[in-house]
Design a protein around this ligand. Structure first.
Ligand code: SAM
Ligand code: SF4
Length: 343
């Protein structure tokens, strides 16, 4: 994409929702496609959106820039797998101009790591400082089972390249009943040994994946209690405004995070909204609420209509989420897949 056509982020009205929460964090899914098929995220025969429905890279840039003008200071690209989107680095490069002006404090991404070896240097060159890599196991066979065909060595090469490029890496692992729950201490020791924080995530009931969730769900309260049997966990103050709660592990010196949407309500301090690759804004991960931004984006070249639609959507941000997994609710409580909304 050509940088000359890009509009700078000009300040417009900031975004505060009806509960007084200031919106400063935007997560954008740049594609619903992925090179893996993690069994908790996608069905094996996922049907992806027609390419024509996706926002172009120029539209994604314009949309992100509109949000930055409205006070977003942290932007995370996600997917699907963001690095499979063709010329995604063109988008990263163009968005990095907002880092240079200081309007954006952080540009980051969440990736499965399989293409990271190719892009790590360029990400660092664009001003990306930290990235999240999703990795649920260090066992190559289990990795293949979880991702259906992934190659663990590619992810490891990606992490090596990212660290060599100077990027801080945080590992995100979904806690999976009888698959990786016993491996959490080893995963933590490995991550901390490489100076990476580890965040554990509870399975969220998003999208039909062809099987029930009850078989996958393990409460993090249980894993935390088990870890406390062998390690000294000290709570760290919460300063992210996000769903993660962190502890310091005395024995490793590293940070361990818990994202517990099912057992802990983290909504009071929520400062984030999400946009899908088709330009739909979701102001809460756990609600069906949605507003279309693609239409106002395409309706005119100035941002008046777009800004008004964003303001209306922020005005509808719900107070909290609706997730439930139990035996009566063994169905997705939110019908869209995580790969559409962006995790
Ligand atoms: N493909 C990239 C990756 O895997 O990091 C980015 C998108 S992925 C949807 C973002 C995160 O969502 C990953 O850490 C993944 O493990 C997590 N995720 C996907 N489906 C989930 C679910 N149903 N419950 C909890 N986490 C999920
Ligand atoms: Fe792909 Fe990420 Fe979903 Fe796994 S979790 S299938 S890597 S989008």
């Amino acid at each position: 994409m050509s940088v000359t056509t890009l509009i700078p982020a000009q300040a417009s009205s900031a975004m505060t929702d009806p509960f007084g929460r200031r919106i400063s964090y935007l997560r954008v899914s740049v594609t619903d496609r992925c090179d893996l098929r993690c069994f908790y995220c996608m069905s094996e025969d996922m049907t992806f959106l027609p390419k024509a429905d996706l926002l172009t890279l120029e539209e994604l840039d314009r949309l992100c820039s509109a949000f930055i003008a409205k006070g977003v200071t942290k932007l995370r690209l996600t997917g699907g797998e963001p690095l499979v989107r063709r010329n995604v680095m063109g988008l990263v490069r163009s968005l990095s101009r907002h880092l240079k002006t200081g309007a954006l404090k952080e540009l980051t991404l969440t990736t499965n790591g399989s293409l990271l070896a190719k892009y790590a240097d360029e990400l660092a060159d664009c001003g990306v400082k930290r990235i999240n890599v999703s990795l649920d196991t260090l066992d190559a066979g289990k990795f293949r089972t979880i991702t259906r065909w992934g190659d663990l060595s590619k992810v490891m090469a990606g992490i090596d390249a990212a660290q060599a490029a100077g990027l801080a890496v945080k590992i995100n692992a979904v806690a999976l009943k009888s698959l990786n729950e016993d491996e959490i201490p080893a995963l933590m020791e490995w991550a901390h040994g490489r100076d990476m924080a580890l965040t554990l995530i509870e399975v969220m009931p998003m999208g039909d994946i062809g099987e029930g969730r009850i078989d996958q769900y393990v409460p993090l309260s249980l894993l935390r209690a088990r870890l406390a049997g062998s390690y000294t966990l000290t709570d760290l103050p919460d300063n992210t405004g996000g769903p993660a709660r962190y502890v310091r592990i005395a024995e490793t010196g590293g940070k361990l995070g818990f994202i517990t949407p099912m057992t802990h309500n983290f909504c009071e301090a929520c400062n984030r909204v999400r946009i899908t690759c088709t330009g739909t804004i979701h102001t809460c991960l756990g609600h069906e609420d949605a507003s279309d931004l693609r239409k106002p984006l395409r309706a005119s070249t100035d941002n008046d209509l777009l800004n008004a639609t964003i303001d209306r959507a922020i005005g509808l941000k719900p107070k909290g989420h609706d997730f439930i997994i139990d035996r009566r609710h063994n169905r997705p409580s939110v019908s869209r897949h995580m790969s559409v909304t962006g995790g």
